[in-house]
Design a protein around this ligand. Structure first.
Ligand SMILES: NC(=O)c1ccc[n+]([C@@H]2O[C@H](COP(=O)([O-])OP(=O)(O)OC[C@H]3O[C@@H](n4cnc5c(N)ncnc54)[C@H](O)[C@@H]3O)[C@@H](O)[C@H]2O)c1
Length: 244
């Protein structure tokens, strides 16, 4: 995978940071995007420790001009883009009757439109080289979750995006898959009742960012060359059964 270049959105924290480290351990050059510079310095430091090239690209993936700028930077620095990890995501939780239009729009814009914009920009280059890998990071909340009508809808939308992109992009040898994490111990879940989640999780722990990064590492490797349009859970069994 030495010559490969991967763009990871939301790489300044949690899962995105672990994915950046995993891809660099695989010898993949990385472009580390986040909306804020804050977390990116640490990710950059961790990636450089692996001895692979990387640079930070600050930008908001829900704005198409920013996305074009990030992809243009990738091409001018590394000449190509082979792997896209649509990882950046936000939550704005509330009961549906208290959910403002703004809370809906913000979540859909980052979580779903952002993945569409990044994919559309990246495939301009992936298509020409006839090789590409796109991984979308959904969530177990796509099944439905209290106070997350915006988030759940965005994460369910990513599954439709994955399957349609997989169909349309197969002619360019671009595979598109979706990972579905359960509860992963990152800043995103800081307000959650951890013990309650652990009790309900068959494997009796929260997920680690590395659990998700390992699955993504497999999906971007040649071992996954014949896998496309798939939706794969990484949740310690949280999505199993009827939850009694
Ligand atoms: N933590 C969990 O339990 C969990 C479970 C299922 C799915 N996920 C998904 O995994 C992904 C990563 O989540 P995490 O837990 O690492 O969260 P996190 O909050 O730790 O990291 C998300 C990162 O995305 C960045 N970001 C937010 N808006 C952005 C934008 N417009 N442009 C670019 N970057 C932006 C943030 O600055 C942050 O660094 C998200 O899509 C999330 O929905 C997380």
């Amino acid at each position: 995978m030495e010559e490969r270049v991967g763009l990871i959105t939301g790489a300044g924290s949690g899962i995105g940071k672990a994915v950046a480290v995993k891809l660099s351990q695989m010898g993949i050059k990385t472009v580390l995007n986040d909306i804020s510079k804050e977390g990116l310095d640490e990710t950059l430091h961790l990636v450089h420790k692996q001895g692979t090239k990387a640079f930070a690209a600050v930008g908001d993936i829900s704005i198409s001009d920013d996305v074009d700028m990030i992809v243009d930077m990738t091409i001018s620095e590394f000449k190509h883009i082979d792997i896209l990890i649509n990882n950046a995501g936000i939550i704005r939780d509330n009961w549906v009757w208290n959910m403002s239009e703004q809370m809906w729009d913000e979540v859909l814009d980052v979580n779903l439109k952002g993945a569409f914009l990044c994919s559309r920009a990246a495939i301009r280059y992936m298509g020409k080289q006839k090789w590409g890998r796109i991984i979308n990071v959904s969530s177990i909340s796509y099944l439905g979750n209290y106070c997350q009508v915006n988030y759940s809808s965005s994460k369910a939308g990513l599954i439709g995006l994955t399957k349609t992109l997989a169909l349309e992009l197969s002619q360019f040898n671009i595979t598109v898959n979706c990972v579905v994490p359960g509860l992963i111990d990152t800043p995103m879940i800081k307000g959650i009742n951890r013990d309650a989640i652990i009790r309900r999780t068959p494997l009796k722990r929260l997920g680690r960012s590395e659990d998700v990064a390992n699955l993504i590492g497999f999906l971007v490797s040649h071992d996954a060359d014949f896998i496309t349009g798939e939706v794969i859970g990484v949740d310690g069994g949280l999505g199993l059964g009827i939850g009694l």
